[in-house]
Design a protein around this ligand. Structure first.
Ligand code: TRP
Length: 329
C-alpha cells in the first residue's frame, strides 16, 4: 500500500473550509493508503520560540481531527515532537543541503522579512525538517497546498541527492498529492471567495449553535434579485454554494427558484442555511467536546501514534546509518 503523509500546522481551530477541503479527504485517504498524519509542533518553533501551551493545542487539534473521522486504528496519527528519529534524519539531510538553495526558498525570504530580528537557522532549514518528516516514512505522496510546492521540491531534492551520494534507492521521491473533486472550496460569509482563518470569515467546527446562527445571519448580501433569471452576484452565489454544501438538493432548488422569479428573501435563505449548518456541525462539535474532555484517551491515542511512527522512522534510520557507515545496534 502506498504511503501518504500529511503535516498539520498547529494554528488554531478547524473551520468549515478545512473540513470540506482537506479534512474529509484525509478521512477518505486513510481507507486507501497507509496514511500518516502528524502535528508539526517543532516547525512552529521557527516563528514562535515560546509557543503557548503547546501540549494543550496539540490535544485540541488531535480532538478536532478525530471528531472529523480520522481513525487511529487505520492511520498513524502523531505529534512530530514525539518522534525523535526525525531529528537524526534532519541532521543528515542538512549535511547535503546547500545554503544557496535554502536561501532561495520564498517562504524563508518572506519570514525573514517578517521577523528580521529572528532569522534563525531553524527557519532557514525548515525545508530539510519537512523533508525529514516525509522521508523518514519513505512516503510516496504528500497532500499540500500551492504554498508548499517549493518545500516539496526541496524534499525531492533531498531524496534524490541522498540516493545519488550513497548510490542507493532508499528514498522514493515524494509526489504532491492532489485531492479529487471531493475536496470542496468553501466560500466566506463576507462575500470573499474563500473561507480562511486570516480572512476572519470562518465558521469553526467548535462554534456552538448560537454563534453559527449569528455568523450566518450576518453574512453579506445585496438589495435582492432585480430581474428574473439573472446571474447571481458573487456574494449571493457564495450563500448558494454554502447551501449546496450543507443542505439537500430540494432545499437548494427551492431557493434557486425563488431567486429566479425574484421572490427570494435573504432572511429566509440565511435561516435555512443556519439550520442546516447547525445540523451538520452539531454532531462534530459534540464529538470534539467529548474528546477534549477525555485527555487520557487523547494521550493514549497520541502515544499509540508515536509508537507506530517511531517504528516506521527507526526502520528507515537503521538503513540510513548502515548506508552512511555508522554503527547500528
Ligand atoms: N509546511 C507545512 C505547512 O506549512 C507543514 C508541514 C511540516 C508538512 N512538515 C510537513 C506538510 C511534512 C507535509 C509534510 O502547511
Amino acid at each position: 500500500m502506498d504511503i501518504v503523509l500529511s503535516g498539520i500546522r498547529p494554528t488554531g481551530n478547524l473551520h468549515l473550509g478545512n473540513y470540506y477541503g482537506a479534512v474529509r479527504s484525509f478521512v477518505k485517504m486513510q481507507n486507501e493508503y497507509n496514511s500518516f498524519f502528524f502535528i508539526a509542533d517543532w516547525h512552529s518553533l521557527t516563528t514562535h520560540p515560546r509557543p503557548q501551551d503547546i501540549q494543550q493545542s496539540a490535544r485540541t487539534i488531535l480532538a478536532e481531527y478525530l471528531a472529523c473521522g480520522l481513525d487511529p486504528e487505520k492511520a498513524t496519527i502523531y505529534v512530530q515532537s514525539d518522534v525523535p528519529e526525525t531529528i537524526e534524519l534532519y541532521l543528515y539531510l542538512n549535511m547535503n543541503t546547500y545554503i544557496g538553495e535554502l536561501g532561495r526558498v520564498t517562504t524563508f525570504k518572506e519570514k525573514a522579512r517578517q521577523q528580521p530580528d529572528n532569522v534563525n537557522a531553524g527557519l532557514f532549514t525548515y525545508p530539510t525538517l519537512m523533508a525529514a518528516d516525509i522521508l523518514q516514512h519513505r512516503a510516496k505522496f504528500v497532500p499540500v497546498g500551492k504554498d508548499q510546492e517549493q518545500n516539496m521540491e526541496m524534499a525531492r531534492k533531498c531524496a534524490r541527492r541522498f540516493n545519488n551520494i550513497y548510490q542507493t534507492e532508499l528514498f522514493p521521491e515524494p509526489q504532491n498529492f492532489y485531492f479529487g473533486n471531493e475536496a470542496l472550496k468553501v466560500p466566506g460569509l463576507d462575500g470573499s471567495g474563500k473561507m480562511g482563518k486570516s480572512e476572519g470569515n470562518c465558521i469553526y467546527l467548535c462554534d456552538d449553535e448560537k454563534v453559527v446562527r449569528k455568523k450566518v445571519m450576518r453574512a453579506v448580501t445585496d438589495n435582492g434579485p432585480q430581474e428574473m433569471n439573472s446571474p447571481k452576484p458573487d456574494v449571493i452565489q457564495n450563500l448558494f454554494t454554502l447551501l449546496h454544501i450543507v443542505s439537500d438538493e430540494e432545499t437548494y432548488k427551492y431557493f434557486d427558484e425563488k431567486w429566479n422569479d425574484c421572490t427570494l428573501r435573504y432572511g429566509d435563505l440565511k435561516k435555512q442555511l443556519a439550520e442546516d449548518m447547525v445540523r451538520t456541525l452539531n454532531p462534530i462539535r459534540e464529538r470534539i467536546e467529548e474528546y477534549k474532555s477525555n485527555t487520557e484517551l487523547l494521550d493514549k491515542i497520541a502515544r499509540m501514534g508515536a509508537d507506530k511512527a517511531r517504528e516506521s522512522a527507526a526502520a528507515t534510520l537503521r538503513e540510513v546509518r548502515k548506508i552512511i557507515g555508522f554503527r547500528v545496534y
